[in-house]
Design a protein around this ligand. Structure first.
Ligand SMILES: [Fe+2]
Ligand SMILES: [Fe+2]
Length: 185
């Protein structure tokens, strides 16, 4: 991209804005607040747990409810990563490849979710699409946890401050989604 070569000033300015608050915010976030990596990993475990429940679930209604819950959890998670975590990683790491790959994987899962959303759980293609979604997300999570997160941890990113922003945005998005038929119950 043409912007890559002349964005170093704004990159470092944004970077220092993210990293300089660590000392002042650490006290406030110490009690129970997850840092960015802890929060994102907890989301991953939640989606894995839901897929486990879905795989064992009997009855179309329960399968549908779990499917909606999985899709909502994933979409909110992907959105907070794309809005907050991935841009911070781009700024802090001298390598866009991992983040670019992650964005493409998110898009593939989102496309599959939009196909799944309108389906009847009795349709045999519903189960096939959910199976592929599970495999795609599993692969994506493995890459984040084995490559992107360890690399991000080695930078001077303020993971506590990022964790606060991720948690606040997640709360907002969850509240918005409760009204659009993809609620958590
Ligand atoms: Fe993730
Ligand atoms: Fe992701």
């Amino acid at each position: 991209m043409a912007t890559a070569t002349h964005s170093s000033t704004s990159k470092s300015a944004r970077k220092s804005a993210t990293t300089s608050r660590s000392k002042t915010t650490s006290k406030k976030t110490a009690a129970g607040q997850k840092d960015a990596i802890q929060l994102l990993k907890a989301d991953h475990r939640e989606v894995e747990k839901l897929f486990g429940q879905f795989d064992k679930a009997k009855g179309d209604e329960r399968r549908m409810r779990l499917c909606h819950k999985i899709c909502m959890e994933f979409l909110v998670h992907a959105q907070i990563e794309e809005e907050i975590f991935y841009p911070a990683c781009r700024d802090a790491m001298n390598d866009d490849d991992l983040v670019n790959e992650a964005v493409v994987e998110h898009q593939a899962a989102k496309d599959l979710i939009s196909e799944i959303k309108g389906m009847d759980p009795a349709d045999e293609m519903f189960a096939a699409r959910m199976q592929v979604l599970e495999e795609q997300i599993e692969h994506h999570v493995k890459e984040e946890e084995s490559e992107l997160f360890p690399k991000a941890k080695k930078t001077d990113l303020d993971m506590k401050a990022l964790g606060e922003r991720l948690a606040a945005r997640k709360k907002e998005l969850m509240a918005e989604r409760k009204g659009d038929g993809m609620e958590m119950h």
